[in-house]
Design a protein around this ligand. Structure first.
Ligand code: PMP
Length: 302
């Protein structure tokens, strides 16, 4: 994640990662009482560094803090500016970005305390790789929204993700799919899910899942590309009858599935609308979608 030159932003200052300190009495460490973001920056087609959906991510960080009752004193603009500076000081264009808001000792009980914040950056390939994935239905379900503020991207929620991922990998699969407390398909440990059936995409509705920014981008792309898409509650049986399926998330980007449990998806990935979404997403993050639109217009004309 870091070496002797790495710089991070900690409570308004740029400090060496190897010299940055946090309090071992922090409730974030003991109870998972923290909120965070996973963001990516990309070198765009003009060679500039662009943080993809920076505003949306920093707004979600503020919303996560609010839902967890953590004091939050920063503005979106200030954090985006600090984030660009962290990238610059680490000489990175394509990066994974991790802002984290954490607590001192006893924060949730004492009045007039402040949270801490750090912004870290590191290099990271798509975290589930680039090959079609073999997925296992998890024996773990996503946290019940009656027990957690599930829309918050809170540290403690990720114990559930870790258990699910470890279980799937120990059984020889690439990743887990979790259901919600009613048994409907929900999401992966760190990504949302879409599946494709007869030319339409389907995705679990908001409510029992993290409202993914990539999920929202995929919905945007469907709208732009006239791809029919539906949000709802879907069973594992419905998923297993799909032509193709994919995970989407900032870290994973858009990555197709080969199979779920013993069921192989019959659709040809390269001919699928899922693959079209994967390509459109890559173009969008590098800001080359304008270019490909012009191209497709030209090719239609010719
Ligand atoms: N679900 C979970 C549980 C996640 O951790 C993530 C990654 N943040 C996602 C979905 C996808 O969210 P996003 O597209 O905003 O990265």
């Amino acid at each position: 994640y870091y070496n002797e030159h790495t710089v991070l932003w900690l409570n308004g200052e740029f400090v060496k990662a190897s010299e940055a300190k946090m309090d071992l009495y922090s409730q974030s460490l003991h109870y998972g009482y923290s909120v965070f973001e996973g963001i990516r920056s990309y070198k765009n087609i003009h060679g500039e560094t662009k943080i993809f959906k920076a505003k949306e991510h920093y707004e979600r960080l503020a919303e996560s803090s609010r839902l967890m009752n953590m004091p939050y004193t920063w503005t979106v603009d200030e954090l985006i500016a600090a984030n660009y500076e962290v990238l610059k000081r680490n000489n990175m264009q394509d990066a994974y970005i991790r802002p984290v808001v954490f607590a001192p000792a006893n924060m949730s009980f004492a009045k007039n305390t402040e949270s801490f914040i750090a912004i870290q950056v590191w290099e990271m390939q798509p975290f589930l790789g680039e090959k079609l994935l073999r997925i296992k239905t998890s024996s773990y379900q996503r946290p019940n929204p009656k027990g957690f503020n599930i829309q918050a991207k809170a540290g403690g929620h990720y114990v559930n993700s870790i258990l699910a991922s470890q279980e799937a990998k120990a059984a020889g699969y690439d990743e887990a799919l979790l259901t919600d407390m009613n048994g409907f398909i929900a999401e992966g440990p760190g990504a949302n899910i879409f599946f494709e059936k007869e030319g339409t995409l389907f995705t679990p509705a908001l409510g029992n899942i993290l409202p993914g920014i990539t999920r929202a981008t995929v919905l945007e792309l469907c709208n732009e590309l006239d791809i029919p898409v539906e949000e709802g509650q879907y069973s594992l049986e419905q998923l297993k009858e799909a032509d193709t399926a994919f995970f989407c998330g900032t870290a994973a980007e858009v990555i197709g599935w080969e199979s779920i449990d013993e069921t192989k998806f019959p659709g040809n990935w390269n001919d699928s609308i899922s693959k079209k979404i994967q390509t459109a997403y890559k173009d969008r993050v590098t800001e080359s979608s304008q270019k490909s639109k012009v191209k497709s217009k030209n090719s239609l004309a010719s």
